[in-house]
Design a protein. Structure first.
Length: 398
């Protein structure tokens, strides 16, 4: 017996790659501050949990494959309040944004087709592409420009006769970049001129800092037939474990394809959908409060990183990630060493080596992605550990 080549070619996520090492460190008694994964520590609103208390007992049937009506209506209203026009029947509920992305790529790309995205990109995009035997093509974004979308000519160089879609995360995981209307319009122009779908991953739309205004692809005219909007409650309401995502599109052929795929997996968990619908009753005051907290954390980690000799970093404008360059030759080796061989008073940190976020791993070899999902005190402790760790690691390697 053998394992399929399809699975053999799938690489471990850069976010969880070091998890076995971290588990051994914790079993040995170390306390680890996890900066490697975007799992918010903000409380989920009470209304989510209260819903479960009031569920009527009895049989628990499958939900409709497309998702329960109440949740699709709630998401539709949420969008319309933000000038994004999707009717409930143009929205399908998925098991997290991960399933939405998997189904979207499966629906638009055949074997050896290409999806275009930024470089760096969210590591699990590549996991999806490898599962489906779809190739990735990228255009570079640079730290010195805040990882901004480059000019149209640079984007166009990534387009080939195998290109079927462009995938954009905004605000961006892993860099924290947030794109302006003009940047998004460049993507739209390339997509229209080359007849590409636009897959918009906007799960971090509520995390925008410094008074900047978020612009959704869903607000831009002329791309209605090619836009696929991926979303989730995981980050928005700190409900990662609920596994409730969604996909929206006005393209009827695409939605028919989605219907086939969602029918094959029967349904998303019923109770979680009922509770998720209630979450959308939260007012904008909730989002404002959460956003203010994350901006404080962003400011803290940025300021602390700037105090560490040899570190260079750009201030993120959105999401809750920051991607510094460290004074090390191999951030993966450094990350392993932090877990296996270093601590400050029994405490250490876990970071995500950035090589797994780049098409060419060499490009991110000195960088890490940090998620500022811990409170300010823990962020300060983590950055002190990072500072002391860099000093000792580099002394050891001299």
């Amino acid at each position: 017996m053998k394992i399929s080549q399809r699975v053999e070619r799938v690489e471990y996520s850069a976010i969880r790659k070091l998890s076995p090492i971290a588990k051994r460190a914790e079993e040995a008694g170390k306390k680890i501050y996890h900066l490697n994964i975007g799992a918010p520590d903000i409380d989920v609103p009470d209304i989510y949990f209260d819903t479960f208390k009031n569920i009527e007992r009895g049989a628990l049937p499958y939900a409709p494959s497309e998702g329960i009506k109440e949740l699709r209506e709630a998401i539709s209203k949420y969008y319309k309040d933000r000038n994004i026009n999707y009717a409930p029947d143009e929205i399908i509920i998925t098991s997290g944004a991960s399933e939405a992305l998997l189904f979207a790529v499966e629906a638009v790309a055949d074997y050896n087709d290409e999806i275009i995205t930024t470089d760096p990109f969210y590591t699990n995009y590549n996991t999806v592409f490898q599962q489906l035997n779809v190739n990735i093509e990228t255009f570079k974004t640079k730290p010195e420009t805040g990882f901004a979308i480059p000019d149209k000519e640079t984007i166009e160089k990534a387009v080939t006769d195998k290109s079927v879609a462009v995938l954009i995360s905004n605000p961006t995981n892993p860099t924290g970049a947030m794109y302006s209307r003009e940047e998004l319009e460049r993507i739209c122009e390339v997509a229209i001129e080359n007849d590409l779908f636009i897959i918009a991953d906007e799960v971090y739309r509520e995390f925008i800092y410094d008074g900047n205004e978020f612009v959704s692809f869903g607000e831009l005219p002329g791309i209605e037939d090619r836009l696929i909007l991926v979303d989730s409650i995981s980050k928005r309401f700190a409900a990662c474990g609920a596994r409730i995502g969604s996909i929206a599109s006005k393209n009827k052929e695409f939605m028919a394809a989605m219907d086939k795929l969602t029918t094959s997996r029967l349904a998303v968990a019923t109770l979680e959908q009922v509770a998720a619908a209630k979450l959308y009753e939260e007012t904008d005051e909730y989002f404002k409060k959460v956003n203010e907290e994350y901006q404080k954390r962003r400011d803290t980690i940025y300021e602390e990183l700037n105090k560490i000799p040899g570190v260079s970093v750009e201030k993120p404008r959105g999401a809750f990630y920051i991607m510094p360059t460290l004074p090390v030759e191999d951030s993966e080796d450094f990350a392993k060493w932090l877990l296996e061989s270093f601590d400050v008073d029994g405490e250490t940190i876990m970071v995500a080596p950035a090589n797994g976020f780049f098409k060419n791993p060499e490009d991110g070899k000195s960088m890490v992605r940090l998620a500022f999902i811990l409170n300010n005190d823990k962020i300060k402790k983590s950055m002190r550990i990072l500072k002391e760790g860099l000093k000792e690691y580099n002394l050891r390697n001299e």
